[in-house]
Ligand binder design. Structure first.
Ligand code: SAJ
Length: 419
């Protein structure tokens, strides 16, 4: 049995490698020729702990091979991006392109699984696109259990940084377009998933993934809103949350500078786009979280104002601001959709003085809008900054002693120093 994984990114590549490690013949397909070359050399183009070792072994033992052109296989696993476009509408272009690419090589009996996080109905759309391209084959929407091709949606739910472990250990929701489609998909996942494979239909599986990330977004929004309320009421929100969480049925998440990454800040919009009238809380949570970076920036402005009023001999040009952290969450190097990065960029472009950036997980600054910044070590920033803006609670920042912060003006969006 050959499995083809379409899209060799943060989900597709680890999945391909794990399948190959279970001695499945895997053909990885990606439109990016550099990624394909890198993988065929046994190397990787993304950052994920231990993935390099697994990919290297899979390629050198001959179980995994990458290509830009789809080839025949028995199962196709689609793991391509589903971003949103203007107005927060889901963009299914990559799924459509993947379906057009695999349609010519499909044969009777094949299984197609959509893993990409998708709005409700996308699996049915995929099936339609395949049916349009292959009128000689039958598909579940018209032929049910008798169809030539089986189609299912099985969303991935792995946490970046723990992908290899979570791919194997997490339970999987398997939503077939028919019960036999689910059965075929479960059989494939059982080759590497140690968690349960729970069967449902495709629409419920789509909604399930969106629900999980919306649940987290709403809960983070609650924490972020509390932090703004407490600031207004002169209450330490970190202490407040600690106290409230002593209640056996209360578990409040952590406020921060906003919500980043490519999932939690995106997926709730897929629900809002389908049901704008009904999804009121989900939309508001997005607004609260998206508004948090602006609130942090206002706090920075206030701190600068205070510094200047207490140092009358200085002007705005003399103020050095240090931004601690750029990544979208602690202890990773991923800057995509990072509120910390957005805040640092805004400070860099508006601060007439010096802006310092401390990000222990990267070696050089991304070019965009940070050209007026300096990437420096923690110690240098602590000695030279007037205003310290805590944006990401990376481990090395947590051990900074309170006396090293003395006399500095702090904006601590993560509560690691004001806890
Ligand atoms: N954040 C807070 N406060 C918290 C927790 C998180 O401000 O208490 C922020 C983080 O700093 C970050 C953002 O939220 O900016 C998202 O981080 P995260 O760790 O919650 O999630 P992701 O985006 O790394 O991964 C999520 C996971 N989903 C859930 O936990 C429900 C993961 O399991 C999914 O597979 C992934 O989205 C995905 O691909 O959808």
């Amino acid at each position: 049995e050959t499995v083809s994984v379409i899209g060799l990114g943060y989900i597709g590549l680890p999945t391909a490698a794990v399948l190959a490690a279970r001695k499945k013949k895997v053909i990885g397909v990606d439109i990016n020729p550099q990624a394909v070359e890198t993988i065929n050399r046994g190397e990787i183009h993304i950052v994920e702990p231990d993935l390099d070792i697994v990919v290297h072994a899979a390629v050198s033992e001959g179980w995994l091979r990458a290509t830009t052109q789809p080839e025949p296989a028995d199962a196709f696993l689609i793991a391509v991006p589903t971003p949103f476009i203007d107005g927060h509408q889901p963009d299914l272009t990559y799924i459509k392109a993947a379906s057009k690419a695999i349609a010519p090589v499909l044969k009777k009996g094949d299984l197609v699984i959509l893993e990409s996080t998708s709005p409700v109905g996308a699996t049915e759309d995929l099936s339609e696109w395949l049916a349009e391209a292959r009128p000689d084959l039958t598909f579940p929407q018209s032929h049910g259990e008798a169809s030539d091709i089986r189609i299912a949606h099985c969303p991935e739910r792995v946490l970046p940084g723990h992908v290899l472990r979570e791919l194997v250990q997490n339970d999987r929701v398997v939503g077939g377009m028919t019960p036999r489609c689910s059965e075929a998909a479960v059989a494939l996942y059982k080759t590497f998933v140690e968690g349960d494979c729970i069967v449902t239909n495709a629409r419920t599986a789509e909604m399930c993934k969106l629900t999980e990330n919306s649940f987290r977004d709403v809960n983070i929004a609650f924490a972020n809103e509390l932090s703004i309320i407490c600031d207004r009421l002169a209450i330490n929100v970190w202490e407040l949350i600690r106290l409230a969480n002593h209640h056996p049925r209360v578990n409040i998440l952590k406020p921060g500078p906003g919500v980043g990454g490519h999932c939690i800040a995106v997926d709730p919009w897929f629900i809002v786009a389908k049901t704008p009238e009904e999804a009121r809380l989900i939309r508001t949570a997005r607004d609260v979280n998206d508004g948090k970076p602006r609130w942090v920036l206002d706090k920075v402005d206030t701190a600068v104002g205070k510094f200047l009023s207490e140092h009358p001999s200085k002007t705005a040009k003399d103020v050095t601001i240090a931004c601690f952290g750029l990544a979208f969450k602690p202890d990773i190097d991923d800057l995509r959709e990072s509120p910390a990065l957005a805040i640092a960029q805004e400070i860099a472009s508006t601060n007439p003085g010096l802006t310092l950036v401390i990000e222990p997980n990267i070696d050089e600054l991304p070019a965009a809008k940070l050209d007026r910044c300096e990437l420096v070590e923690t110690q240098y920033a602590l000695e030279n900054a007037d205003i310290i803006v805590m944006l990401v609670d990376h481990k090395p920042f947590k051990i900074i002693a309170p006396q090293q912060l003395q006399g500095r003006y702090l904006v601590d969006s993560r509560g690691i120093w004001t806890d």
